[in-house]
Design a protein around this ligand. Structure first.
Ligand code: FES
Ligand code: FE2
Length: 381
């Protein structure tokens, strides 16, 4: 991030601290509770938002070497991502062209993929290489029956996939000015440290919502991250459907009086990018945490959350392992044990039919922006 940008953001943080303010949005906003309880509403999201938006699928290091692959069952379409022998990352629907079985499970490194049902086999580029007893499939040309590709773009050390085989990704247009900031982070140098998959009984938007305001830090997180950050203080900037929102660490006070050339914004904040629609991408002081949330088909009150932690260099010592484990433990204790725990109760309250809308205060601009983006994206066909 350019130094001038870091200085401007830190000055804004000081202005907020010194005047007991935060960035604001004009007027109280209202979101219908149906957004969290109505299956028809979720189906509209699936047919608009999730059909037309490229989804962030991880940093390049999740498939670092040729043959490295990952699968995701809950990613709108069953997904297989694999790096080819030509070093190109590709995405496919994880579905055999014979009768539809998944050809890969979990993640790992593979020379190719052999379907566990009748052993049709595919190479790392998704081409069908062999059909056992092929004489009984007259007229079936293997070159026409590869895995179905999905549009994938890998840039700035990040991988994006569009879950629509007929669509295409224009990433620069999609990122709406965030690309320079993403490029500056040099994400291609990060290594994957750990992932967790959480199945939770809340609507998919709730885990995103909870990242988008720091109004709750002093109460809900009083024993976890509350003491580290200013509560009810956030910086915010919209970028089309996306935005970033930064919570400010109390350690920012140590910069006062130091030369501005030494000011480091990332170190003294937690800057969370809402990569529309379903990713929270957080630059912590010295590592990256991402939370990708997917709806569960036909269950408006359930979601699947993929948490991934990336660190700047390979973890080779017990000391660094302990350090990163403690970071992950704090992230999970805060988000899962505190945010998601109370949101599970909220989802139950919503489903009781006792409330018709929820309120977003002027001090919650990022939350207002996310719901406005959803409204806009759902209106597009
Ligand atoms: S379903 Fe894959 S080989 Fe038959
Ligand atoms: Fe929280």
């Amino acid at each position: 991030m350019e130094q001038a940008v870091q200085i401007a953001r830190i000055k804004k943080a000081y202005e907020c601290i010194d005047n007991d303010q935060t960035t604001t949005t004009p007027g109280v906003k209202r979101v219908p509770v149906a957004a969290y309880t109505d299956l028809e509403w979720q189906n509209r999201e699936l047919n608009t938002v999730f059909k037309h938006q490229p989804l962030f699928m991880g940093l390049s290091c999740v498939i670092a070497e040729p043959g490295d692959y990952v699968t995701l069952e809950h990613s709108i379409k069953p997904l297989l991502m694999v790096r080819g022998d030509d070093d190109i990352a590709r995405a496919f629907i994880n579905m055999c062209s014979h009768r539809g079985a998944p050809v890969a499970q979990g993640c790992g490194r593979a020379a190719g993929f052999t379907c566990p049902y009748h052993a049709w086999s595919y190479d790392r580029a998704g081409s069908l290489k062999s059909i056992p007893d092929q004489r009984n499939f007259p007229g079936i040309e293997p070159q026409e029956h590869g895995l179905i590709p999905l549009p994938l773009v890998e840039r700035h050390g990040m991988i994006w996939v569009l879950p629509d085989p007929g669509g295409e990704i224009d990433l620069d247009t999609h990122l709406e000015g965030l690309q320079d900031e993403m490029q500056d982070y040099q994400l291609q140098n990060y290594v994957h440290y750990e992932s967790r998959v959480l199945h939770r009984d809340i609507n998919w938007k709730m885990p995103i919502d909870t990242f988008l305001e720091s109004y709750h830090f002093a109460t809900l997180h009083r024993d976890t991250v509350g003491p580290i950050f200013y509560s009810n203080l956030c910086l915010f900037e919209g970028h089309g459907l996306h935005h970033w929102m930064a919570a400010v660490r109390k350690s920012i006070e140590t910069l006062r009086g130091k030369p501005e050339a030494e000011w480091d914004f990332v170190k003294h904040t937690a800057i969370s990018y809402q990569l529309f629609p379903n990713t929270m991408f957080t630059m912590q002081a010295d590592h990256v945490e991402t939370w990708r949330v997917f709806p569960v088909k036909n269950r408006v009150d359930q979601c699947v959350i993929y948490f991934d932690c990336y660190v700047p260099e390979p973890v080779t010592t017990e000391k660094s392992k302990k350090y990163w484990d403690a970071n992950i433990d704090l992230a999970i204790r805060t988000v899962d044990d505190e945010d998601i725990a109370i949101q599970t109760d909220m989802e139950r309250n919503f489903l009781s039919g006792s409330m018709t809308e929820v309120l977003i205060g002027q001090n919650e601009p990022a939350l207002a922006h996310f719901h406005q983006s959803l409204k806009l994206a759902m209106a597009e066909k």
